[in-house]
Design a protein around this ligand. Structure first.
Ligand code: PPS
Length: 352
């Protein structure tokens, strides 16, 4: 099967599938590779891929694009606040993040249990859709449909690389791309894959690191994702930034974002937004990457609660350099070797 993006869909089979399902118990329904690129996705992605690729962006829309665990949620909240809540008094700020800033490929992680049905974890999105657009029949890609119906300017989240998104995205709208030190990414993604039932990772950190350096994690490969963004770095509608810079000096980064987004905020407003979007304040408000189930009161079972209680939830630590507490010297050497091999062709350096 060929996607509109030109990628060939190759089912993951045999020993590779067995290995993945042994370590990621939630991948039993099937995985696919998209060629070229070897992008790894849930098999169900092929049902949504063309809708995502054909999505019509409008002037003013901003997509926050990152590889998983590079700071999407932080930047979604920051960009949404700068654009829609600059004085921190918009009551819509209480709504779950994915209602305010749709996660365009979230259908892949919450497909309908049966045709015509809505996954319980999508109930709030379909309810919002029905409330705002009572005459609109619900389609099978609820999140794409919801994103399409949200009024512009929209803030949209994706972890997909440029090559799987509309080729017009940068000409018709803006993209904020966030890169993060891969050592912190692998530690954060390991935690995420254990707590989120959509992955259900049951292996060791050593095994997880091996998946990372072999480009075998969901949404992989990390370097190609980054490379596709760096190739577009000079496009005026792309803002490329680092998690580490945002952590070290949020006000400076917000000033750059302000110029990019043309939000024209004062230093005082930006300072207040930097505090409002700090790790501590976002954690207190319960702003999570996927859904605010706790706050919406929905009983949806997406987290392995015991692990989340013991080791932290979605907003785990929010630090730079936490890998130093997690990676053994052997694992660090393994990741360093992989970084050296791949950084050679890219004109960037990572802090920490
Ligand atoms: S996801 O699930 O892939 O969308 O995750 P993503 O949002 O991209 O990245 C999650 C990591 O970002 C941290 N985070 C923050 N750090 C600092 N400040 C703020 N405000 C903030 N918000 C989220 C989050 O804690 C994850 O990193 P780790 O290292 O696991 O704490």
């Amino acid at each position: 099967m060929k996607l509109l993006s030109g990628h060939e869909v190759i089912p993951v089979e045999g020993a590779e599938r067995e290995r993945q399902v042994k370590h990621f118990e939630a991948y039993a329904p099937g995985l696919i590779r998209l060629m070229p690129g070897r992008w790894l996705m849930h098999a169900v992605y092929q049902e949504y891929a063309d809708k995502i690729y054909s999505f019509k962006y409008k002037k003013g829309d901003v997509t926050v694009m990152t590889w998983p665990k590079c700071g999407t949620t932080w930047m979604q909240e920051t960009v949404w606040t700068m654009m829609k809540n600059p004085n921190l008094n918009n009551p819509d700020a209480q709504l779950p993040l994915c209602v305010r800033a749709p996660f365009i490929e979230l259908d892949v992680f919450s497909p309908p249990p049966d045709p015509g049905e809505v996954a319980p974890s999508n109930a709030h999105i379909s309810a919002t859709l029905k409330r705002l657009h009572p005459d609109e029949a619900l389609g099978d890609a609820v999140h794409v449909q919801y994103a399409a119906l949200c009024p512009s300017p929209r803030v949209i989240k994706t972890h997909l690389p440029f090559s799987l998104m509309s080729p017009a995205i940068l000409d018709e709208s803006k993209v904020v791309y966030v890169a993060r030190n891969p050592k912190d990414v692998v530690v954060s993604y390991h935690h995420h894959s254990k707590i989120v039932k959509g992955h259900d990772f049951v292996g060791t950190l050593e095994e997880f690191v091996q998946y990372f350096v072999d480009d075998d994690l969901m949404y992989g490969p990390y370097w190609l994702h980054l490379k596709e963004a760096l190739e577009r770095r000079n496009h005026p509608n792309l803002h490329f930034m680092f998690f580490e810079d945002m952590k070290a000096n949020p006000l400076e980064e917000l000033k750059k974002l302000d110029a990019f987004l043309r939000t024209n905020l004062s230093e005082e407003q930006l300072g207040a937004i930097a505090k409002y979007t700090s790790f501590e304040q976002m954690k207190t408000r319960g702003v999570t990457p996927i859904l605010n189930f706790e706050r919406s009161g929905a009983k949806v079972d997406v987290l392995n609660e015991d692990i989340a209680q013991k080791e932290g939830g979605f907003l785990r630590k929010g630090k730079t350099g936490d890998w130093k507490n997690k990676l053994t010297p052997e694992l660090e050497a393994e990741v360093d070797k992989w970084i050296q091999k791949n950084l050679n062709d890219l004109d960037i350096t990572f802090r920490y």
